[in-house]
Design a binder for this molecule. Sequence first.
Ligand code: ZN
Length: 238
Amino acid sequence: MAQRTWQNKLKLRWRNIQRPCAMCGELTRRYLCFCCVKDLPLVPAKNLVGLLQVHRSGLSPFRAALAPLWYHHSVPRFIHDIKFRGAVEYLNVVSPFVVAQAIRFYSTHQLMMPQLLIPVPIAPQRLSERGFNQAELIAQKVGIALGIDVKSLVGRQTHQKAAHRMTFNERTNLSLKEFYRTEEAWPEQVSRVAIVDDVMTTGTTLTAVKALLKRKNIIVDCWAVAITPPPKFQEGEV
Ligand SMILES: [Zn+2]
């Protein structure tokens, strides 16, 4: 009993600790202050597959593409801090948005959720520099919340130029040699999967990962925290 009281006091004190908001630096009891949450560029819970350049060029193999945030406004800096400054605790802010978007989307469209999440891998060199794969951490957090397993069925072997610095043609030509199928066995009974990344841009990386999932009759969706709107895109178009 004494121990429980001590733990409750600690929990209460922890809840009252203020910390700088991850976006504006204002002190807040959460990771993001109320104003920054209100200002987040939210995407409607719609299928975004039509926004992917691979889809427009007739290559899209995805049933659905989901992302809760547009990759502009404060979001790029936020993602940058996660990837390059090791602010992995910010994943606690963005992962619930992915979870909420998935629940809204699949229930609204009466679609079956994926049974497995497959994170987009990063190259070993980058993994050793960074210490983590952000897509894998996102998949794990989202997977725990939705009760979906995560498996690294695809690995990456070469260190290429960062995807965001590539032209569309360079991305389209992403060699399949860059990715490989790991030795992880395909889980029995799984016919619906989602490939998970931090940011969706043209969809070429996701397509390259999908190409290695050589299974008949599987449904593949892709999920990300944010999506880069195509050039000249108006948010009302979604
Ligand atoms: Zn703020």
